[in-house]
Design a protein around this ligand. Structure first.
Ligand code: HEC
Length: 238
């Protein structure tokens, strides 16, 4: 190998080093954002339990439901249902004032299936949402041959419309999923008291420092006590 080859090899190596460094710095910058974004659904899942973590609760969707849009959605139902007061039963029962009523009862003697009759309980918002998501899953063997409404907002709109036809139940309170931060244990590193804990105070562009900056931001509106502990630990590390 002559000098020239060594020089070329040297530059190639330096280039690799620079690319690696850039990708590490890029990674640090990139990872600074997402934890806040992705951290939230995890906290919500912890609070509400594992059930239906991916689904937006029907109460939340009902808060912004639109009765007029629900009337549009109801056109899908009108093939089998009337909803005017005293309207006749068709393939399906008349649905006037059904919200709040006992499931598969009354309706001028409509012949409900045993599948639906055996459900028991009342048509509250949760039950109606489950029924309209998939009638077949809600009451296996039901006579309502309707696939269901997968879109949550459409479902909320049509439920709001049903409710407006003779029932007028109060809408359920939407769960305060982050809308109003619950006062929780503030991370130990919060506030001016945290400042003296870092006597150096110099900006240190290491991964650790970025993590420390991100932690109070993620922990602040949270009710996750682990965040406070994590914050305290990271403070102690400084
Ligand atoms: C293909 C016809 C058909 C369509 C379309 C249909 N339904 Fe039904 N529906 C029925 C039948 C039949 C029953 C009775 C089910 C049973 O007894 O198992 C029923 C029952 C119901 C009940 C129970 C009523 C009670 O008193 O317990 C509700 C609520 C309901 N339907 C709402 C809807 C809504 C809302 C839509 C539109 C999104 C819809 N249905 C679309 C046929 C239909």
């Amino acid at each position: 190998m002559d000098n020239r080859t060594n020089t070329i090899a040297g530059w190639v190596l330096a280039g690799c080093g620079a690319a690696l460094g850039l990708s590490i710095v890029g990674g640090m910058i990139f990872h600074d954002g997402p934890p806040e974004k992705f951290g939230f659904p995890i906290e919500a899942a912890e609070e509400t339990g594992a059930a239906g973590a991916a689904e937006v609760p029907i109460a939340t969707l009902l808060a912004t439901a639109d009765v007029a849009k629900g009337a549009e959605v109801f056109k899908k139902c009108a093939a089998c249902h009337t909803i005017t007061q005293g309207g006749p039963n068709g393939i399906g029962p008349n649905l006037y004032a059904t919200m709040g009523e006992a499931i598969a009862q009354g309706k001028a003697g409509f012949a409900f299936s045993d599948a639906l009759k055996s459900k028991g309980g009342k048509w509250d918002f949760e039950q109606m949402s489950a029924w309209l998501t998939s009638p077949r899953k809600f009451a296996p063997g039901t006579k309502m041959t309707f696939a269901g409404i997968g879109n949550g907002q459409d479902r909320a709109n049509v439920i709001a419309y049903l409710n407006a036809q003779g029932s007028n139940l109060p809408l359920p309170a939407a769960p305060a999923a982050g809308a109003a931060p619950t006062p929780g244990p503030a991370p130990a590193s919060e506030g001016p008291a945290g400042a003296p804990a870092n006597p150096g105070g110099k900006a240190d562009p290491t991964t650790d420092d970025l993590a420390n900056k991100a932690t109070p931001a993620t922990g602040a509106p949270s009710v996750d006590p682990a965040a406070a502990v994590r914050g305290a630990k990271e403070d102690a590390k400084k």
